[in-house]
Design a protein around this ligand. Structure first.
Ligand code: NAD
Length: 376
């Protein structure tokens, strides 16, 4: 009992210190002012190296002039593999984190997270660690389905909620386990600000706040009221809120789903709802995501390392569109909007022309890549 009280006390102290760090670190990187932009490229594991090979080839051709002039460097980051992470017993080994911090943005392949029963030691998710270490507070995921008039963008809180202390839960006894969920004013406001700014800058899009505030009264209750507080600064934007369960249903309700534009969600609901949304778009292999902080940003596919594809010997059939969509978001973030639009059009063209079910039939990642390279 005493032991658990000490653990809880330590958790509270750490969270109070984190809030102070958040408040101190709020100057965004000005990419236009940099002499050189360094893009770190970490392939990850599973199908990661296959889709990273594609992304790298496309970026090298698309950014050939900038790379030649030294304005952009694409730097390989080794060691973000499950083997190395298990060997070092660190979610992101210190030397790898140090290399990542030398870059301005990170393009990241999927990374395996050990789960119960897979025989791997209990190390934390590399993503959760990177989001926390680099303070990447907004996970931004666009989803479009033009034929259904669907144009959504999700702003998922990325550093708090159930994930902040996901591996710090406590077994009170053999029969009781507890986890913790954290919501802070500073963490919620910076996410809400980013979402409302996006809505404003894109023609006053509708904003929907997604919670389960009727049940999680403290954490989701705070999240909901802070987002509505922020909405008052944007009176021209129509803001509403939904519970996460009905939100999941609404996304597949064709009578109303095209009315939604910008979603703001706490961490766990954002994780689940964005996978559902990606499936509506055409599968997790088609969706990219951005993890945005003030100093750093990380761009990746929304899916995982697909270990079964590797086990079945069909990794070459992984769809690289997901990571290429992440490249598109990265190019926009660092100020290369024209290149991003060119890439977006080519990925859409390749997706329409090729068949990428990811089940060992249809086209391979290499064929998808070649299709784009030939048109660049
Ligand atoms: P997954 O996303 O790896 O796979 C889900 C399904 O989607 C599988 O059927 C897979 O074959 C398919 N798929 C995934 N990417 C594809 C692609 N590019 N092309 C075609 N099909 C694709 O989910 P999972 O099996 O639940 O997770 C595997 C591992 O990845 C776990 O260890 C998990 O923790 C980790 N993970 C990592 C990230 C990340 O690094 N951002 C995200 C999610 C899961």
């Amino acid at each position: 009992m005493e032991d658990n009280i000490l653990k809880i006390k330590q958790i509270i102290e750490e969270q109070l210190a984190r809030v102070e760090r958040m408040k101190a670190n709020n100057t965004p990187t000005d990419f236009a002012a940099l002499d050189k932009i360094i893009i770190g490229a970490a392939a990850g594991d599973g199908i990661g190296p296959v889709i990273m090979k594609s992304a790298r080839a496309v970026l090298e051709k698309l950014l050939a002039d900038e790379i030649a002039s030294g304005k952009i460097e694409i730097r390989d980051i080794e060691g973000l593999t499950i083997e190395n992470r298990v060997e070092k017993m660190q979610a992101v080994p210190d030397d790898v984190l140090e290399q990542i911090k030398q870059c301005h943005v990170l393009l990241k392949g999927p990374t395996t997270t050990p789960g119960k029963g897979d025989g791997l030691p209990n190390i934390e998710s590399a993503n959760v660690t990177l989001r926390r270490e680099l303070d990447l507070f907004a996970n931004v995921r666009p989803v479009t389905v033009p034929e259904k008039n669907i144009d959504w963008i999700f702003y998922r809180e990325n550093t708090e909620g159930e994930y902040a202390l996901g591996s710090r839960g406590i077994d009170i006894s053999d029969e009781i386990s507890m986890d913790f969920k954290v919501t802070t004013d500073a963490g919620t406001k910076r996410l809400a600000r980013a979402a409302f700014e996006y809505a404003k800058n894109n023609g006053n899009l509708n904003v929907s706040i997604i919670t389960k505030a009727n049940i999680m009264k403290k954490t989701d209750g705070k999240f909901l009221s802070l987002c509505y507080e922020m909405a008052k600064e944007y009176p021209e934007i129509k803001t509403d809120d939904w519970y996460v369960d009905i939100c999941a249903a609404n996304l597949i309700n064709d009578q109303i789903n095209s009315n939604f534009n910008v979603f703001i969600l706490p961490n766990l609901y954002g994780d689940i709802i964005t996978d559902e949304a990606a499936q509506i778009q055409g599968g997790v292999g088609t969706a990219g995501s951005a993890n945005i902080g003030n100093r750093y940003a990380m761009f990746e596919a929304i899916h995982g390392s697909a270990p079964r594809m590797v086990k079945d010997g069909i990794a070459e059939y992984a769809n690289p569109a997901s990571l290429l969509k992440a490249c598109e978001m990265m190019l926009r973030h660092i100020g290369y909007t024209n290149k991003a639009e060119k890439l977006c059009a080519l990925v859409d063209e390749a997706s329409a022309a090729l068949d990428m079910p990811g089940d060992g039939t249809g086209n391979t990642a290499a064929e998808f890549t070649d299709f784009i390279l030939q048109k660049l």
